[in-house]
Design a protein around this ligand. Sequence first.
Ligand SMILES: [Zn+2]
Length: 130
Amino acid sequence: MAKKYSNAKLKQFRKSIEKRMEEIAEDMGDIHDGILDNGNDSEGSSQESVFSVHMADAGTDSFEQEKNYLLMGRESDYYKNLEIALDRIDDGIFGICKICAELIPEERMLEVPNATKCVGCKEKEKLGLV
Ligand SMILES: [Zn+2]
């Protein structure tokens, strides 16, 4: 019989993953707003005030923008990973090492919900042993 996490445990994992997805969605909303604030000023109705703010820190603007896009990318990657983790729960393969088919410890799955390998196998893979 293949090992797997109990349904109760999977429910817990799902809850914690969904909570994190909510947090990320919120964060991304904030970052997105930041990008809009710094970016598309031309469609704003209060052109003048926008313009004067722009004059004040024109130098930091592009930097802030870049940082925000970077952040967006990172957050959305993480979000995708969490979606994948949820798929794995649905498929009943969540927390099972792809290589040795042992259960990946709970702490690791909470830390890296989309992990598909246990730490031991990951290390071996890094060393080219699997
Ligand atoms: Zn393994």
